[in-house]
Each structure stands twice: as structure tokens, then as C-alpha cells.
Design a protein around this ligand. Structure first.
Ligand code: SAH
Length: 460
């Protein structure tokens, strides 16, 4: 972006236009919409310019530009349609301290004037840095057609009503009031004129003041392992009603698509906070949006109660008296074990299953290695990639066989799901190509392989 768009305050400030032909008239038509004090300097003004001067809408100086004409001007236009005269304007007006635009000469100009769609005070500026004027015209035409003609009127009356609307509590309640005005009530009333718009605003404010201010609420929702079809109906309903969705890095984009169209989506994994958002910042976000009166959905991958730091968030909500609900989800281990056609428990094999984390607050997480090293032990290991070599060492030290199956399920339930059959002995090496989130299923082999092993054992 070589040109930075700004809206220049022109009220009571001076603008100079040097030149009196068609180009000057075209610029003046735009400038006359503003509250600037306009001076035109030209030996031969077009009749329109003379007429505007006669009506007192601008000051006309009938001579060539001289040094000092652009003193105290914020901007000046060279509109002679003559390269030499415009170059002189650039020199003189710059020396006077004004920013200069030469009409239809991007290179010589210190600023450019965008195409505008005018619904004053709502103004849309469109610029292409000279690259595609045709495109700018097309965008302008589309916006002209799509922005209602009364938008300016609604915004002007709305602006005058801001102080009255301050009676509503700041935040979501006030936002809902303005949304109702601009989306529906305002445009409907605009057809009946300005008085109707004002009356509508009064009524709308009364209704919103009378409506019991909705207390905020936070749903702590499990988003499942990634496949949107593995969302619970409750999770979908919560997303449907959400004002704000605060989600983890692992929550799949396809699931975020299901959130209410108007919902504010906050990526608490990255956005604005660097590589990972500190837990205190996430707590603060939940509290702020909740206290604002919003229905907040805290969307966590898998099940929110499994390695999700859920209790810290609940404590933060309790501390400010915000209500909350937990909506369980399908945890990664369930999706992973489904992916390899096995079950987490099996009669005669294992009557218990452990969910382990590879690392905790202190580093690699210590576990009951003796129990895990038993031949029939089954465990789903989360966040285990970095800790794999260390865990392998602990397990083998406690007597686990190197041939114990460990299946790595990467991106469980997602289109790019990958299954890597390994053993405790080969584990760290088998993980070297695993880039996505993965669960290590200790004690379980993919069903086909398990079948093959059993058959081989029988044959032997
Ligand atoms: N609450 C989540 C776990 C969060 S901890 C749940 O119940 O699933 C993050 C870890 O979960 C990752 O490091 C990875 O081990 C695991 N994980 C999350 N989604 C996964 C997926 N789709 N496939 C495999 N593992 C996943």
C-alpha cells in the first residue's frame, strides 16, 4: 500500500484549486460537498465556477497562481490540464506548505482523491492507486446500488441520538440496540420520513431499556476431534446462539463455520497474542465478554474436561459470578481408537484405560509406570510427541516389552488422518514424520495388524 487512506478534517480549513476548466469543475463538485473554505485561482473560470463564486460558495481570484496563494491551505489541486502550469502549481503550493494533487497525474501527486460513495456522514472511499480505475468505478457502482439511499439520514439522526442511547449499559446491550435500529427499525421508518425515524428511535430505546438486561453466560463446549459431524447437537445449538466464540488452536475451521453469522470469533490460540495465548488472557476474555451480557461459547477441541485447563476458566467465571455450563465433546482418544477399529476396553484384555499427558506444568509428566508397563495396559497418551523418548525409557525400565504395540493416530477424524503402527521400541523414530496433533495408543495395534499378529502367534 503506497497510499494510506485517511479522512481529512476540512471544516473551516482552506483548500486551493488552481485552474478553471472541466478538471477544476469536477474536483470542485466534490470539494463543495465539504465544509472547507475553497479558493479558486484562474484567469478564465468556467461559468459554473463564476456562478459558485457569485453565490459565495467559494472565493474566486481571476489571475494566475502566485506565491502565497496556498498559504494555510491543507491541500491544493493543480487542475489546469496543462503540464507546465500544473508543475508550477506543484512548486508554488508545496512552497506554501500545502499537500498537492495534480489532477490525473498519479506520479506528480503527493496525495490522491479516491472514488467515493457518499451517504454523508457514511462515506466509502475506493482507491486502486491508479492501477484499475475501471475496477474502482465498478466497485463504486455496486456499493451505490447496495447501500440504501437513506443510510446517511439514518446515520445522521442516529448520531444525534447517541447521547440518549448512553442510557443503555455499554457493551452488548447497546450494540443490540444500534443493530436493531440500522438493520430493521431504521430503514423501515425511513420510508415515512425523518420524524418517523426519530419516533422509532424513542420507541426502540424504551423497549430496550425495559427489556431485562440479559446476564451473560458461558458455555464451555467440546468441539470434538475435528470432524464437524462429531459435534454434539448441544454444541451445535450453542454455536447457533453464540454472540462470541473463543476457540482453541486445534478447533477445525469447518466447525467455526457453524457459528452464528454475527458472532465475534476470537482465536485464543494465536490472534493478537503471539504463538499461544496465556491462560490468564483467555480467562480475562471470557470474563469480559460474559460480563458484557454476551452468550459466550468457549470452544475447546475434543472434550473440554480432558487436558483442557477447564477448572482455571471455571474459577475465573465463578469469581465474577458468571453462570456456565459444560457441554461434553468426543475426546481425541475416542476418535483415535475408532480410527484403528479397536475399543478402549475389552473383556479379558483390559478393564481399565488411562488417559495420560506427555507433559505437565513441571515438564515431562510422571506416571504410574509400573502399572503401565504391565502387558495388558492400555493408555491414550495426549501431547506425547516430545515426551515419547522419555516415556519409552521409563516404561522399558519398569519392564515393558519393546514389542508392546503403540499406535500413533495423527489428525484423528480429520480428512488427513494418518495411522502409524509402531511398537514401544520404535516409538520415537516412528514419530519423526508426525506433524499434526496425535494421540499415542499404548497397548493397542490397528485391528488388521492385531489380527495378523494373533494369527501368526497361533501358526507358530
Ligand atoms: N481436550 C482435548 C485434548 C486437548 S490436549 C480432547 O479431549 O481431545 C491437545 C492434545 O490432544 C494434542 O496434543 C493431541 O495429543 C490431542 N489431539 C487433539 N485433537 C486431536 C486429533 N484430531 N487427533 C489426534 N490427537 C488430537
Amino acid at each position: 500500500m503506497n497510499h494510506f487512506p485517511v479522512f481529512l478534517a476540512l471544516e473551516g480549513r482552506r483548500v486551493l484549486v488552481a485552474g478553471g476548466g472541466d478538471a477544476a469543475v469536477a474536483k470542485l463538485r466534490l470539494l463543495l460537498k465539504t465544509t472547507a473554505r475553497i479558493t479558486v485561482v484562474t484567469k478564465s473560470p468556467a461559468p459554473e465556477i463564476a456562478a459558485w463564486a457569485a453565490y459565495g460558495r467559494l472565493t474566486l481570484i481571476r489571475r494566475a497562481q502566485e506565491p502565497g496563494d496556498a498559504l494555510c491551505c491543507v491541500i491544493a489541486y493543480g487542475a489546469h490540464e496543462d503540464a507546465a502550469l500544473d508543475a508550477r502549481t506543484l512548486r508554488l503550493a508545496s512552497a506554501d506548505g500545502a499537500l498537492v494533487n495534480i489532477v490525473d497525474n498519479l506520479e506528480a501527486s503527493q496525495f490522491i482523491t479516491p472514488a467515493i460513495v457518499d451517504r454523508d456522514p457514511v462515506v466509502v472511499a475506493i482507491g486502486t492507486e491508479g492501477a484499475a480505475p475501471v475496477l474502482a468505478r465498478k466497485i463504486k457502482a455496486e456499493l451505490e446500488a447496495s447501500l440504501p439511499a437513506q443510510l446517511g439520514l439514518l446515520a445522521r439522526i442516529g448520531k444525534g441520538f447517541r447521547r440518549a442511547a448512553d442510557a443503555l449499559p455499554m457493551g452488548a446491550v447497546r450494540r443490540r440496540f444500534w443493530a436493531a435500529y440500522y438493520d430493521q427499525a431504521g430503514p423501515r421508518a425511513a420510508e415515512a420520513g425523518e420524524d418517523a425515524i426519530r419516533a422509532t428511535l424513542d420507541d426502540l430505546l424504551k423497549t430496550h431499556l425495559a427489556a431485562e438486561t440479559r446476564p451473560g453466560h458461558v458455555d464451555l463446549v467440546g468441539a470434538g476431534p475435528g470432524d464437524p459431524e462429531l459435534l454434539t447437537l448441544k454444541a451445535r445449538n450453542a454455536l447457533d446462539r453464540a454472540d462470541v466464540v473463543i476457540h482453541d488452536r486445534l478447533v477445525a475451521p469447518a466447525i467455526l463455520e457453524l457459528a452464528r453469522r454475527e458472532a465475534i470469533i476470537i482465536d485464543a490460540g494465536k490472534e493478537g497474542f503471539g504463538p499461544s495465548t496465556p491462560q490468564e488472557d483467555i480467562n480475562a476474555l471470557l470474563v469480559r465478554h460474559g460480563l458484557d451480557g454476551n452468550h459466550v461459547v468457549r470452544l475447546k477441541s475434543g472434550d473440554p474436561t480432558v487436558f483442557g485447563r477447564l477448572d482455571e476458566e471455571i474459577e475465573a467465571l465463578d469469581a465474577v459470578g458468571l453462570s456456565w455450563t459444560i457441554v461434553p465433546g468426543i475426546t481425541a482418544a475416542s476418535a483415535a481408537v475408532a480410527g484403528i477399529g479397536q475399543s478402549l476396553t475389552k473383556r479379558g484384555r483390559n478393564g481399565a484405560v488411562r488417559f495420560l499427558t506427555g507433559h505437565d506444568m513441571k515438564g515431562f509428566a510422571d506416571q504410574d509406570w509400573t502399572a503401565l508397563a504391565r502387558p495388558d495396559a492400555v493408555a491414550a497418551i495426549y501431547m506425547g510427541k516430545r515426551a515419547a523418548r522419555w516415556m519409552q525409557g521409563r516404561l522399558m525400565m519398569h519392564g515393558a516389552a519393546p514389542a508392546t504395540p503403540v499406535t500413533i493416530v495423527e489428525n484423528a477424524s480429520r480428512p488427513d488422518q494418518a495411522i502409524h503402527a509402531a511398537t514401544l521400541g520404535t516409538l520415537p523414530d516412528s514419530l519423526s514424520d508426525v506433524g499434526g496433533p496425535a494421540v499415542l495408543l499404548h497397548g493397542l495395534a490397528p485391528r488388521a495388524a492385531a489380527h495378523a499378529i494373533e494369527t501368526r502367534e497361533i501358526a507358530l
